[in-house]
Each structure stands twice: as C-alpha cells, then as structure tokens.
Design a protein around this ligand. Structure first.
Ligand code: ATP
Ligand code: MG
Length: 168
C-alpha cells in the first residue's frame, strides 16, 4: 500500500516490457496526465516512439514537463526505464529541488517474463534490448540503496498489486 502526499514524484524503474506503463495506466486512470512518459515525449517530437536518435531532446522535454508539474505542485509519475544511475539522479534532483517526496517503484521482473510480455505486444523492443535492460536492472538494484530515495517499492511479476492513495 502506498499512501503518498500530493507533492510526490513517483519514479518508475524497470526493463522494457516489465509493465511500467500498464501499471501507470491502471493506477492513474482517473487523471492520466499525472503520468509523464518518455516514450510519449519522444513521439511528440519525432512521431516515432522508438527513434533513439532523439534521446537528448526526448529527455529535455520529459524533464521540462516534470519540472513544470512539480513547480505547479502536481503529483507526478515519471514513466521511463530509469535504469541508468544518471537518469535516476536527474529525477531525484528535480524532486529534491521542489521539496517533493522522492519515491522509486522498481519493476523487478525476470528476463523470461519481460521477453514474453514484449513478444505479445504491438510495439516490440526485442530480446537484445531486454537482455541489456535486465543487466542494467541488476546493477540498479545494487546502486539504489545508496541513492537516498525517501521510499523504494519493489514489485515483481507475481505481485504488482498496489493500493495507491494520494493525500488531498
Ligand atoms: P517499455 O519500457 O517498453 O515502455 P513497459 O515497462 O512500459 O515497457 P508495458 O508496455 O506496460 O511495459 O507492458 C508490456 C506488455 O506486458 C504489455 O503488452 C502489457 O499488456 C503486458 N503486461 C504489463 N503488465 C502486466 C501484468 N502485470 N501481467 C501481465 N501482462 C502485463
Ligand atoms: Mg512503457
């Protein structure tokens, strides 16, 4: 159960196909604009949610939108893989800057499950990317304890049930 203050940045972290966007859509369906997705930012600037040539601009837009939401006191979910320490640090610092609660939700999902879920979806990233992401996840799991998140929620493929309450 996650009981979260209004001023929370909920950072999703996990491999492609681990279920981050599905989780976000499920728990924040009432106000979908709470979820800021790096894939959507990528599509907004180049009409292609898979174009890796525009990473820099994609994350400029991603961080810019998040910054404006935090400035406005809005509860925000950051939907990106956040598997690199540098990606998590940037989001951590945005939350810190605005006095937000810094929460990390880690999708600790096995390679087999990510591969299977990727295979079944429309836009596939493929096994090579997922294998790489799983290695990054293992590294992230070692790094995260020292990163000073206020809260870390570890989800796995068998247990993605959560009750999320946001203070009025
Ligand atoms: P990406 O980083 O590529 O955006 P993602 O982590 O956002 O990936 P999703 O797109 O949410 O992953 O999920 C990948 C696929 O797995 C989807 O087809 C989705 O329907 C399915 N899926 C997600 N969560 C679950 C779940 N808990 N149980 C079964 N299938 C799931
Ligand atoms: Mg996604």
């Amino acid at each position: 159960s996650m009981k979260l203050p209004r001023r929370t940045l909920l950072v999703l972290c996990g491999p492609a196909g681990s279920g981050k966007s599905t989780f976000a859509a499920r728990y924040f369906s009432a106000i979908p604009t709470m979820v800021v997705s790096s894939d959507y930012c990528r599509a907004m600037i180049c009409d292609d949610p898979t174009n890796q040539q525009v990473n820099r601009d994609t994350f400029d837009v991603f961080h810019y939108i998040i910054r404006k939401r935090l400035f406005n006191g809005r509860f925000t979910v950051a939907d990106s893989t956040a598997l690199h320490a540098e990606a998590r640090r940037k989001l951590w610092e945005l939350a810190f800057h605005f006095g937000y609660l810094k929460c990390l939700v880690v999708f600790n999902v096995s390679l087999a499950t990510c591969l299977e879920r990727d295979r079944l979806r429309e836009r596939q990233v493929g096994p090579q990317v997922i294998e790489y992401h799983i290695r990054l996840l293992q590294k992230a799991l070692q790094e995260i304890p020292a990163e000073q998140w206020d809260r870390v929620y570890l989800l796995n493929e068998h247990d993605m049930e959560a009750t999320i309450e946001i203070d009025p």
